[in-house]
Design a binder for this molecule. Structure first.
Ligand SMILES: [Zn+2]
Length: 288
């Protein structure tokens, strides 16, 4: 651990790591592909990403969008660990870890400066502090929603958690302590093992996917059941029926009973026209 702290002072720029990562970047004009070592990459517009982020917040709500971007970042962080940990140029733990933050910087997401790094893969100890500048998420959030009351760099939190968890081989969770979108000079994050955060549960649920389609189907079923229950409550004691067609016909009768229109009842013998007629005549139903 002591050795890692010393290396931060000696090699704070990480130039050699950046150089190695840059050397792995290839633009294949012939195939329409960009490669970073063996990982296919995409060069996308930050503006279009910000617009997509805004749309997701507006359609899914802040909490669901937050979870989505955290999981997206987590997957990217884990992929970048796969990409960087095989580098033969890495000579020590510091360089091995710094490949992730430097790659995140190289990918244009923000500038990450590690200010405190205490890692020991043998004992599982981990404590990281980082200053993050020029966050695309913070800039986009400010542009579309104005100043936020809390941190908005969800992709950063997810990425750092995914990368460091893969690096350490145990669950590491980051939290954004200060955010540029919250009026701070720059974003500031702290990472440490999940169990060392008292409010870890508040963040862990963001990492679990939830099916909105299943929720909508559940709500739809509830609506049908409620409509059916309401329809059954309106039925007089001498009328029995549950089918959608029957309930629709009874709904029409309900509306007619509250007005002065003439009603013509048609149907085959035995379908219950006389019951409907009596119900209409007795007029126990008031349209609502
Ligand atoms: Zn931020």
């Amino acid at each position: 651990m002591k050795k890692i702290k010393q290396n931060i002072k000696q090699n704070i720029s990480g130039d050699s790591v950046i150089g190695n990562l840059r050397a792995k970047l290839r633009f294949s004009r012939e195939n329409g592909q960009i490669w970073l070592h063996e990982h296919r990459m995409l060069l996308v517009h930050a503006d279009s990403h910000s617009h997509m982020r805004r749309e997701l917040i507006e359609t899914l709500g802040m909490e669901r969008a937050r979870g989505l971007f955290m999981r997206l970042g987590f997957a990217s962080g884990a992929s970048d660990y796969e990409l960087t940990h095989i580098s033969p140029e890495v000579t020590n733990e510091y360089e091995a870890f710094m490949a992730g933050p430097l790659l995140y910087t190289l990918e244009g997401l923000m500038k990450v400066t590690i200010t405190k790094l205490e890692l020991d893969r043998k004992t599982g100890k981990a404590y990281i502090e980082s200053i993050c500048e020029n966050s695309w998420e913070a800039e986009g959030h400010l542009r579309h929603f104005g100043e936020s009351s809390e941190g908005v760099c969800w992709n950063l939190i997810g990425y750092a958690s995914g990368y460091t968890s893969a690096f350490m081989g145990r669950s590491i969770l980051y939290k954004e302590i200060e955010c540029f979108a919250n009026g701070a000079k720059h974003c500031f994050v702290i990472g440490k093992p999940v169990e060392e955060w008292e409010d870890a549960c508040d963040f862990k649920h963001f990492m679990n996917r939830e099916s909105i389609a299943d929720q909508l189907r559940g709500l739809q079923t509830q609506v049908v059941q409620l409509r059916s229950a309401i329809g059954e409550k309106k039925l007089p004691s001498d009328i029995v029926g549950k089918s959608p067609a029957f309930l629709a016909a009874f709904e029409l009768l309900t509306q007619a009973a509250g007005s002065s229109i003439t009603v013509l009842l048609q149907g085959e013998t035995g379908v219950g026209k006389e019951v409907f007629a009596r119900s209409l005549h007795d007029n126990p139903i008031k349209s609502s």
